[in-house]
Design a protein around this ligand. Structure first.
Ligand code: C2E
Ligand code: CA
Ligand code: CA
Length: 565
C-alpha cells in the first residue's frame, strides 16, 4: 500500500513520462533510452500532448517536450499548461537543438533542457530523475494536503489519494471505514475545546500508528470524523474499535467512545465520496447505541437512505396536499383521587398515499437535519390553533394543548410573531398553548435558547422541557433555565418494573423538580403499575397508552366533551 507521497505518481515504483516529439525517430530513441527507468506515453504534436496530459494528469511525473512541431508547438503547449491549474504543476524538460530559446522556455515554466541529438543516455535519465525529485519535494511542501491539527491527510487529498490507489490496484478489494466520536460536542461543552482537541489528537496518533503498522490510508475529514481506507480482509474492525476506545480512555468519569461504520468491499463503481458516505451511514445507525461499536453497511441501509431521500423530497408536496394530520394524545392529571383529562400533546401524523402511515420518529429527525422541520412545525401549530378555535366556538371548551418545538425553531426571529398571529386569528390565549422543547436544545446553547424561551414565557406561553433526563443538563443549569414543566423521558418509565435502580432514578427526578418547584409530566406510561408508582412519588400528570393513544381530533374532542355518538 502507498505509504508516502514519494510513490504518489508511480506505477509499480516506475514513473510515467510523456514524450512529445513530431519525429518518430526521436520518440523511439528517447523511449528506448528512458525505458530502463520509466514508463512512457507518446504524443506526435502539441494537441495530442495536451489531451494525453489531461487524461493522465494524476499519473504523469514529467513531460519531455519538443519545441518545434507543426501546428500547436512546444511554446504553445507550455503556455497552455501554465494557464491550466491542473497541468501547471507538471514539470517540463524541453528537447532542443539550440540554446537560443532557453530564456523563453524558463519563463514559460520549463525546468531543464535535453539537447538533441540524444547522446549519453545515463545523463538524460539522471536529469529526468533529478527534476522529478526536486519537483515532487516541492509539490509536497506546497500542497495543503495535511490537516493542521492532526497532521493527517485532509478530506480532499485523502479522496484523491484513495482514487489514485484504486487506479493502480484495480483488483484490490477495499473497505471504506468511518470513525466518529460519540457525543463529541458534549466533550467540548463539558471540558472545553482544548480537551476536545486533545481527544482528536490522541485519536489521530493512534491512527497514524495503525497506518504505519498496516499501510492503510487515514484522514481527518472534518471535526471529529476520520476516514480509513483499508484492503479488504486485512483488519478486524471490532478489535480496532475496542483498541481505539481503550487508547482514548476517559475524561474524568466520561468514557470517550468512537463508533465505527464499515462499507466492506466497497463498490468501486460508486464515487469515492459516496463510498465513505455509506460507511458514515452505517456508523450513524449505532449513534446512540453504546453496546455496539461497529456497524456494517448493507443493502438495508441503502434502501433506508433511498426511503429517507424520498420522504425529504416529498415533504412540500405532502404539506400542500394535506397529508399531515394532527393527533392529540391526552394527558391526565393524577393529583386527585380520580385521573382527570387535563390537556393533550399534539403529534403529527403523515398519511402517505403510497407508503401508508409514516412515523414521526422517522421523518422528524430527517427534517430536523435539513432545516425543513420549521415549515412543518409552523403548519402543525397553525392546524392546532385552528382546531382549538373551532372547538371553542363549537363546544365552548378551552382545551390546553402542547406542541413540539424543534430547536431550530427557537433561532427563528419571527417565532413569537408567528405564534401570536395564528393565536389571534383564532381567538386563543397563549396560556392555552404549552411549548415542548427538548432538553438537549438547552444544553446545546443555553444562553441563546434561554433568551428566546424567556421571551416566549413573557408572552404568556408555558414551557415544558421535553425528554428530560436525556440531555445532560446539570442541576446548576436547571436552576437558571426558564421552564414550567419537566417532562420526564420515557426511558425512566419503561423499566420501572424490572429495575429498582430505575425507581430510585425517578424519585431523584421528582426531588429535582420539587427543589425547582416544577410540575412533572411522565410520558410513555403503559400500565397501572407504572401509573400508581408515579403517582405515589408525586408526579402530577401522566401521558401514555395506559390512558390513551394519540387520537384524531374528532375522537379527542369527543373524549373531552364526554359526548357519545
Ligand atoms: P415525543 O415528543 O417524545 O412524543 C412522545 C412519543 O411517544 C409519541 O410518538 C407518542 O405517540 C409516543 N407515546 C405516547 N405514549 C406512549 C406509550 O405509552 N408507549 C410508547 N411506547 N410510546 C408512547 P410519536 O407520535 O411517534 O412521535 C415521536 C416523536 O416525534 C415525538 O417524540 C417528537 O419528538 C416528534 N414529533 C411528533 N410530532 C411532532 C411535531 O409536530 N413537531 C416536531 N418538531 N416534532 C414532533
Ligand atoms: Ca413532545
Ligand atoms: Ca418526549
Amino acid at each position: 500500500m502507498l505509504k508516502n507521497h514519494a510513490k504518489f505518481n508511480s506505477i509499480n515504483g516506475r514513473r510515467l513520462v510523456l514524450i512529445v516529439d513530431d519525429e518518430q525517430i526521436n520518440r523511439e530513441m528517447l523511449g528506448y533510452i528512458v525505458s530502463s527507468d520509466f514508463d512512457a506515453l507518446y504524443a506526435r504534436d502539441g494537441e495530442e500532448a495536451l489531451r494525453l496530459m489531461r487524461e493522465n494528469v494524476n499519473f504523469l511525473s514529467l513531460v519531455l517536450l519538443d519545441l518545434l512541431m507543426p501546428g500547436v508547438d512546444g511554446f504553445a503547449v507550455m503556455r497552455e499548461m501554465k494557464a491550466d491549474e491542473a497541468l501547471s504543476h507538471l514539470p517540463i524538460i524541453v528537447l532542443t537543438s539550440e540554446h537560443t530559446a532557453e530564456v523563453e522556455c524558463l519563463r514559460l515554466g520549463a525546468s531543464d533542457f535535453i539537447l538533441k541529438p540524444f547522446s549519453q543516455p545515463e545523463v538524460i535519465i539522471a536529469r529526468m530523475q533529478r527534476i522529478i525529485e526536486l519537483h515532487e519535494d516541492r509539490y509536497i511542501i506546497q500542497s495543503t494536503e495535511r490537516e493542521d491539527m492532526t497532521g493527517l491527510f485532509n478530506r480532499e487529498f485523502f479522496f484523491r489519494y484513495a482514487e489514485q490507489y484504486d487506479r493502480f490496484h484495480p483488483d484490490q478489494e477495499m473497505d471504506a471505514v468511518a470513525l466518529d466520536v460519540n457525543r463529541f460536542h458534549l466533550i467540548n461543552e463539558m471540558f472545553g475545546r482544548a480537551a476536545g482537541d486533545n481527544v482528536l489528537i490522541h485519536l489521530a496518533t493512534y491512527l497514524k500508528e495503525l497506518r504505519e503498522r498496516t499501510g492503510c490510508m487515514v484522514s481527518r475529514v472534518e471535526g471529529d470524523r476520520f476516514f480509513v481506507y483499508v484492503p479488504h480482509g486485512g483488519m478486524d474492525y471490532t478489535e480496532l474499535a475496542q483498541q481505539v476506545n481503550r487508547h482514548l480512555g476517559s475524561l474524568r468519569d466520561i468514557s470517550v467512545r468512537v463508533r465505527c461504520g464499515v462499507y466492506r468491499n466497497a463498490d468501486k463503481g460508486v464515487e469515492i465520496e459516496r463510498r465513505f458516505d455509506r460507511a458514515l451511514q452505517a456508523a450513524n445507525t449505532i449513534k446512540d447505541n453504546y453496546a455496539q461499536l461497529v456497524a456494517y453497511y448493507d443493502a438495508s441501509i441503502h434502501e433506508r437512505k433511498i426511503y429517507e431521500d424520498r420522504l425529504i423530497s416529498e415533504m412540500y408536496e405532502a404539506l400542500a396536499n394535506g397529508q399531515f394530520e394532527v393527533y392529540f394524545q391526552p394527558k391526565y392529571n393524577v393529583e386527585g383521587e380520580l385521573p382527570a383529562l387535563s390537556s393533550a400533546e399534539a403529534l403529527v401524523r403523515w398519511h402517505h398515499p403510497t407508503l401508508g402511515m409514516v412515523s414521526p420518529g422517522v421523518f422528524i429527525p430527517l427534517f430536523e437535519k435539513n432545516g425543513m422541520i420549521q415549515k412543518l412545525d409552523y403548519y402543525i401549530w397553525a392546524r392546532v390553533a385552528d382546531q382549538l378555535g373551532d372547538w371553542r366556538r363549537r363546544y365552548g371548551r378551552e382545551v390546553r394543548v402542547s406542541v413540539n418545538v424543534s430547536r431550530i425553531d427557537l433561532y427563528n426571529q419571527n417565532l413569537i410573531e408567528y405564534l401570536d398571529g395564528i393565536l389571534t386569528e383564532n381567538g386563543i390565549d397563549p396560556g392555552q398553548i404549552y411549548l415542548e422543547i427538548t432538553e438537549s436544545a438547552y444544553t446545546e446553547n443555553p444562553e441563546q435558547i434561554g433568551e428566546m424561551v424567556e421571551r416566549l414565557r413573557d408572552r404568556g406561553f408555558k414551557i415544558e422541557m421535553d425528554d428530560f433526563g436525556t440531555g445532560y443538563s446539570s442541576l446548576n443549569m436547571l436552576a437558571d433555565v426558564p421552564v414550567d414543566v419537566l417532562k420526564m423521558d420515557m426511558r425512566f418509565v419503561r423499566n420501572l418494573h424490572s429495575n429498582e435502580k430505575q425507581e430510585t432514578l425517578v424519585k431523584l427526578v421528582m426531588d429535582i423538580a420539587k427543589y425547582l418547584s416544577l410540575t412533572v409530566v411522565a410520558e410513555g406510561v403503559e400500565d397501572k403499575g407504572q401509573a400508581d408508582f408515579l403517582k405515589s412519588v408525586g408526579c402530577s400528570v401522566i401521558q401514555g397508552y395506559y390512558f390513551s393513544r394519540p387520537l384524531p381530533g374528532t375522537d379527542f374532542i369527543r373524549l373531552v366533551t364526554g359526548a357519545t355518538q
